[in-house]
Write a protein that binds this ligand. Sequence first.
Ligand SMILES: [Zn+2]
Ligand SMILES: [Zn+2]
Length: 340
Amino acid sequence: MKAIRLYGINDLRIDDVPPPIPQANEVLLQTKSVGVCGSDVHYFHEGGTGSVQLVRPLILGHEFSAIIASGPDQGTLVAVDPALNCGVCEFCKEGNPNFCVNLKFAGSEDTDGAMQTFLAWPRTAIYPLPSSMTPDEGAMLEPLGIAIHALRLGKVFPGMDVGVFGTGPIGLLTIMMAKIAGAGRIFATDRLTDRLKMAKDCGATHVFQADGHEVDPILSATGNRGLDVTFETAGDDGSAVETAIQTAKRGGTAVLVGIPSEDITQFTASAARRRGLTIKLSRRMKNTYPLSIRLVSTGQINLKPLITHTFPLEAYQQAFQTAADRQGIKVLINFPGASS
Ligand SMILES: [Zn+2]
Ligand SMILES: [Zn+2]
């Protein structure tokens, strides 16, 4: 079977590897659709993110759907939670599986991910999808989960003014979530104008080019009150973090979601301190799959406009390049052979 493996910086290869043998608690999955995430692009371009660096050739991919390929549920389309927590450590028991000390995560550190034809994965981490959902939508439930978790941290309530700075897939999903949570006005920024257009389609009421001059117009649109909750969802450099701090109201909350490529986050201390901001750092998500499936299957969240590029497995290089160049919104790789 085929696997897309990262050997080093900008060195991605397609290999023939033996199929995995599932253990007693696992099912064999045949991969259908895998998203190329910003963190995969960090691995591809920089060999890792922050303190997590490539230690051996690694199969990437953590946003995915698959078909169950063995046992009584064979043929069922499922979404797959890439995070496997132990359930017994102090932090799992505190209700924070995303902080598990024994966490394994598909396509990260020493755990191979979904960019392979077959994958063995624990039964407890797979979620059957309703027949109304497509494999590509199934792959989008992981980034939707990130947005759900960020929104929970931000505690958005009806009527609030909200900022979302950086409108890639996570930012756009955060805008959609803020909208259905009842946000009154949603202010969004990005460097790319096509992404701002998409932000409006997703529910942003005010959009601004991220050109270093976006703070003043946002503040003046609120009568200099500021925003109740701000989300940083850009991750590429610090400017969206600064915007999230500078536009939050007195006593407001800023939620930092993006992964900074330089592994440094900085902002003007006095702007945060004098207004007594609560700053929260979002770490992946926890138990979001049942909710994300309901949100999509009931039509409250429409993922389809975000899926702008799909590539067959053979075009994996082009898929990574498209994601790295920030073309469109979400890039997915479709695996052949599996049908539901
Ligand atoms: Zn991701
Ligand atoms: Zn644990």
